[in-house]
Design a protein around this ligand. Structure first.
Ligand SMILES: Cc1ncc(COP(=O)(O)O)c(C=O)c1O
Length: 385
């Protein structure tokens, strides 16, 4: 009985702190709009940054292809047993070719990738240095790994260098891990500086491009492509669940690293493989997005305009990407602001701790290339007053 009382008390405490979560009721989600909890709203909380998830022609074309019966809805086993499929091979070859890297691996999700890569590559003889604002999946990966870890201040590469200098010679291998486009702040890692530091200190650099893929780079390969750093980062990860409008994730790397992960990465080995129907769709969206540089440019222009207007009205708007956060600090204020936007027909979810640091509550406006200025022009007035 004590157990049930305790978890009930903890839930009440979450309610008191405005941190209590419930699943939304979403009967329909289509194009710009979403029907949620009985309201039809402009969807500013989707990660479908290029609008590929609602591309009717592509969906229908793919539907015809898989109805012909070639793509199963399940893989029925892990990849190392009987779940592998030629589409995995095609997808991995396409990724390796696009990035110009020796190898690629496809995973069930970005979460699987991040909780599996570090624990496979390092142990207590190694050290992991991680940006303080890295995603929860990276933090969970560090917790699972047996290696000690330290978090450097967000995008503070002088701090990272201090930690590297202090650790030099004391560990078998040092790993640096960062997001490229930070998911809750929309700001960008300095990949030039990170690569320079990694090379100077002989560290191994892992960059999570979850929010960069599809949005940055001429062919949508992410910020690493914009920065010209694709070849100099040891592992680049990306997810299919955001701009690529599918499910799963990938990483590109050297052939030896792939061989090692394939043999040691528990979240790769001990899980049922993705179904072929998803792999075929991922291949299609991956290839399609490479030619969407106009959409990428429009999206970033739209974000820059919104950010400018919000800042003019005195809002605290960090970042420099298509993710536009408006920081309120207090949870209650973030919830109230989201309610105000919802009353005006706009869906911007409030983001509260532990997703963001204590006192860092915000609403997160997630822009997409299918949106136009006219869709969002009321936001600065609603938020800034
Ligand atoms: C930076 C980052 N990495 C990884 C993930 C997890 O990816 P997935 O949704 O494919 O599990 C997310 C988002 O969910 C993310 O924002």
């Amino acid at each position: 009985m004590q157990f049930y009382e305790r978890i009930s008390d903890e839930l009440n405490e979450l309610k008191r702190l405005d941190r209590y979560r419930v699943l939304p009721d979403i009967p329909a989600r289509n194009g710009k709009k979403i029907e949620i909890n009985g309201k039809l709203l402009l969807n500013l909380s989707s990660n479908d940054y290029l609008g590929l998830g609602d591309d009717r022609a592509m969906l229908e074309g793919y539907g015809t292809q898989f109805r012909k019966g070639s793509y199963a809805m399940t893989s029925s086993s892990s990849r190392l047993l009987t779940g592998n499929h030629p589409l995995y091979d095609q997808l991995e070859k396409a990724l390796a070719l696009l990035y110009g890297r020796e190898s690629a691996m496809v995973f069930n999700s970005g979460y699987h990738a991040n909780i599996g890569i570090l624990p496979a590559l390092c142990n207590r003889h190694d050290l992991v240095l991680s940006d303080r604002l890295n995603h929860a999946s990276i933090i969970d990966g560090m917790k699972i790994a047996e290696a000690p870890y330290q978090r450097y201040r967000h995008r503070d590469y002088d701090h990272l260098e201090e930690l590297l200098a202090a650790a030099a010679g004391r560990y078998r291998q040092i790993f640096i891990v960062t997001e490229s486009v930070f998911s809750m702040d929309g700001d960008l890692a300095d990949l030039f500086r990170l690569v320079a530091l990694k090379e100077q200190y002989g560290a191994f650099l892992i960059v999570d491009e979850a929010h960069g893929v599809g949005v940055f780079g001429e062919r949508g390969l992410g910020l690493c492509e914009t920065a010209g750093m694709v070849q100099r980062i040891d592992i680049i990860t990306g997810t299919f669940g955001k701009a690529l409008a599918s499910t799963g994730a990938f990483a590109v790397m050297g052939a030896l690293v792939k061989e090692y992960l394939l043999n040691t990465m528990r979240s790769f080995i001990f899980t049922t493989a993705l179904p072929p129907v998803i792999l075929g769709w991922s291949l299609l969206t991956l290839q399609r997005q490479t030619s969407m540089s106009t959409e990428r440019a429009e999206l970033l222009k739209l974000a820059a305009r919104l950010r400018r207007e919000l800042i003019l009205r005195g809002c605290d708007v960090p970042g420099e990407s298509h993710i536009v956060p408006v920081v309120t600090g207090s949870n209650a204020l973030a919830v109230a602001l989201a309610a105000r936007l919802s009353n005006a027909g706009l869906l911007c979810m409030p983001v509260r701790p532990p997703t963001v640091p204590e006192h860092g509550a915000r609403i997160r406006i997630s822009l997409r290339s299918i949106l136009e200025w006219e869709d969002i022009e009321r936001i600065p007035e609603i938020i800034g007053g």
